[in-house]
Design a protein around this ligand. Structure first.
Ligand SMILES: [Zn+2]
Length: 286
């Protein structure tokens, strides 16, 4: 607000400002607001106090100037504006202002309440009313909907990489293609590596957008699995062969343990699989 000098006049040992109407016994040090100071109950008709704007779904126009104010000892005074200097704050907010109790009686629900029931307002749902809360508690409003005007929605979930691989059979490459995770969570096992979480909705949308590629990948994966399944015994035999050879080498007189691993004096470059089991094995004596 403008900081002006009071227009002072002395009447019966009292200083009075002809602009704001405030009075003092001694010349005031504070500046003048330049508009009349009034009591809350002296609000001019066709005007509104600023603290009542939001609960009437109003906001003052950019160029609006207060026509009077209520003087408070605290820093922030209350100002009043002409209604013609105000406009609707939200165009689509209903005019029906209800208390929480009235709203509950009518069975209306806020978006937050609906969400907990896995419901959301239909795209063209009618807004039944609105509840405003005081500035002291944050100031805001909530719109109510009738439960008949709502529809079920699947809540989102956040999945770890391991879950993605297990449920959607994604490879590391596919997870990379998903891009950055949607959320991070504290990792109880590591301070430096938070757990990456992916939105289930986003993952499914991504897979749907890449449906043909995804189904090709699943087919390919099935083929790999089928090949593995068919050759399981042979693969297991090969693994056993290597494992047994390692055991033999540990007991063999020709090998010695170095920092870089087991070193064999007879086969310094290592054994090929077809050479297993090694014919040069000789039991260590020590
Ligand atoms: Zn004044």
């Amino acid at each position: 607000m403008a900081q002006l000098e009071h227009l002072l006049e002395k009447q019966d040992k009292i200083w009075i400002c002809k602009t704001c109407g405030l009075t003092w016994k001694r010349k005031p040090k504070v500046k003048c607001q330049g508009i009349p100071a009034i009591r809350h109950d002296e609000l001019p008709s066709c005007a509104i106090w600023d603290f009542n704007l939001y609960r009437n779904n109003l906001t003052k126009k950019r160029e609006a100037k207060p026509i009077a104010y209520h003087h408070k000892r605290s820093y922030r005074h209350d100002y009043c504006y002409k209604l013609s200097d105000c406009k609707k704050r939200f165009e689509d907010i209903p005019d029906l202002i209800l208390t929480k109790q009235e709203k509950d009686k009518l069975g209306y629900k806020t978006k937050n309440q609906l969400e907990k029931m896995h419901l959301q307002p239909k795209p063209n749902a009618r807004k039944c009313g609105v509840y405003y809360w005081e500035k002291e508690t944050g100031g805001g409003f909530a719109v109510f909907y009738h439960p008949n005007d709502t529809e079920f929605f699947a809540p989102d979930q956040y999945l770890t990489k391991t879950t993605l691989k297990k449920i959607y059979l994604l490879s590391e490459g596919w997870v990379k293609r998903l891009g950055e995770p949607d959320k991070m969570a504290d990792n109880p096992h590591s301070y430096t590596h938070p757990i990456k979480l992916y939105s289930r909705k986003r993952v499914e949308k991504f897979l749907a957008n890449n449906a043909s590629e995804y189904s090709n990948w699943l087919d390919k994966r099935d083929t790999y699995l089928a090949i593995f399944e068919k050759n399981k015994d042979k693969i297991q035999q090969a693994r056993d062969l290597v494992k047994n050879q390692q055991k033999m080498c540990l007991r063999c007189a020709s090998s010695c343990a170095l920092d870089s691993g087991l070193f064999c004096a007879i086969h310094p470059t290592g054994l090929e699989r077809y050479q297993m089991p090694c014919k040069d094995f000789s039991e260590r004596n020590d």
